[in-house]
Design a protein around this ligand. Structure first.
Ligand code: GP9
Ligand code: MN
Length: 413
């Protein structure tokens, strides 16, 4: 009931991270474009396969002077996969331990990014070349406050050559999205969901521009071809953004949604990365790229530990939007108060010092099990992670945002 929300507000307020004055409002009034990079993992950045870069365009962006590249950014998804990633970045609430909140909590009340930004004059839209009912998107996007959802019906999907298993291939998708994007009044808040780099990473061999890997594990070997295709599609979209002028007044956020290669493929992955996939290495394989481009912002490589839960407060602060009254369980990555303990949905966590993985603690530096003298610190972090997940679950399971109003006051039933 509404007393629960008071407890939650006290919790999120005590975890609030003040914006960094150096970055607050750096993207004020700019458009926002999110590029949802299906199954893109961080190990691909600067990886060379047979002497060739797999993602040359993303690699160049990671070094772009106005782009910040976060190389310790973790996905925090569970069974809800893509939908969990979206759920977190729109709400800074955790997905559920089982199933997909998009499906089971599609009718909840939310205070999501599109709703927050409406007060700042933003129009919002999602672009995705798959059926609108997939992951229950057509229902939950309304609850998030999205003005438009351009799904498969808005695209020409008649040429089978243009189709991937989950909808329109990325190149025709971005190309056809241009005229749809131009219908939106500015400033806009938008998200483009790609699909070509999706398990099992099969692609028409006429479209590939890089050889497969040769581990003998088909999904791993194919992964490089679809990732390269996605990289080229993003580059084409950037070319359009530059030509249309949007590049000069748009913040572009690119994030990998979750792993592409599961731990069923550790044998082949150890061949790819040249080391054994230990528990700690496996945890680090859950890193996904995060790149934030803001015109005029000083970029660089940022090593801060962070996760998908942290995106919303980070993006809102860049837009100059205060969040101290919001119920967010992540924290602004650029803030001095940002928490570098990154929970996974199963209660595991990573941090710059200690990893907690399936009931064991590890020293991040050595990759070995933690010395018992440090258990106390680890237990503390463990309890903190559990508490955070529990509070977030309370909000989602109890539909508690019904009792929340945006000025931070509690509404009665
Ligand atoms: C489908 C796409 C894939 O529309 O977003 O979702 P996933 O299988 O990655 O969760
Ligand atoms: Mn996905």
């Amino acid at each position: 009931d509404s007393s629960d929300i008071t407890e939650i507000i006290n919790y999120t307020k005590s975890n609030y991270a003040e914006p960094n004055p150096e970055y607050f409002g750096k993207a004020k009034d700019m458009n926002v474009i999110y590029l949802h990079l299906e199954s893109m993992q961080s190990f691909l950045i600067d990886y060379e396969l047979n002497g060739q870069q797999v993602t040359p365009f993303l690699n160049s962006l990671a070094k772009n002077e106005n782009t910040m590249f976060f190389d310790n950014f973790y996905h925090q998804t569970a069974q809800g996969k893509t939908s969990d990633a979206e759920f977190m970045l729109e709400n800074s609430l955790y997905g559920l331990p089982q199933g997909s909140a998009f499906i089971t909590k599609g009718q909840n009340k939310y205070e999501a990014a599109p709703t927050i930004l409406k007060d700042y004059g933003y129009t919002s839209a999602v672009f995705h070349g798959n059926s609108g009912t997939f992951w229950n998107r057509n229902i939950i996007y309304d609850q998030f406050g999205y003005d438009e959802f351009f799904s498969a019906d808005s695209y020409d999907t008649s040429d089978p050559k243009n189709m991937a298993e989950y909808g329109l291939l990325d190149k025709p998708f971005f190309e056809q999205s241009q005229s749809l994007l131009e219908t939106l009044p500015q400033p806009f808040y938008t998200k483009f969901i790609t699909v070509a780099n999706h398990f099992p990473f099969k692609m028409d061999q006429d479209l590939v521009t890089i050889d497969k890997a040769t581990t003998g594990d088909t999904s791993v070997d194919n992964y490089f071809q679809t990732a390269r295709y996605a990289d080229e599609a993003i580059e084409e979209f950037f070319t359009y953004l530059k030509e249309s002028g949007l590049y000069d007044n748009t913040m572009i956020v690119m994030y990998g949604d979750h792993y592409g290669i599961s731990d069923n493929h550790n044998r082949a992955m150890s061949e790819i990365i040249g080391e054994e996939v230990t528990p700690v290495v496996n945890a680090d394989l859950q890193r996904v790229p995060l790149l934030i481009y803001v015109p005029g912002m000083e970029g660089g490589i940022n090593h801060t530990y962070a996760g998908q839960m942290d995106l919303l407060p980070t993006v809102l602060h860049l837009l100059g939007v205060e969040t101290q009254n919001n119920i967010h369980f992540g924290s602004d990555i650029l803030s001095a108060d940002h928490s570098e303990v990154i929970p996974f949905r199963n209660g595991n966590f990573v941090s710059p010092t200690i990893y907690s993985l399936d009931g064991k603690y590890y020293d991040r530096k050595t990759g070995l099990e933690l010395d018992p003298s440090q258990y106390e610190q680890a237990e503390k972090l463990h309890a903190m992670v559990q508490e955070k997940l529990n509070y977030s679950d309370k909000v989602v399971n109890g539909d508690l945002l019904r009792f929340y109003s945006k000025d931070g006051k509690v509404l009665s039933e």
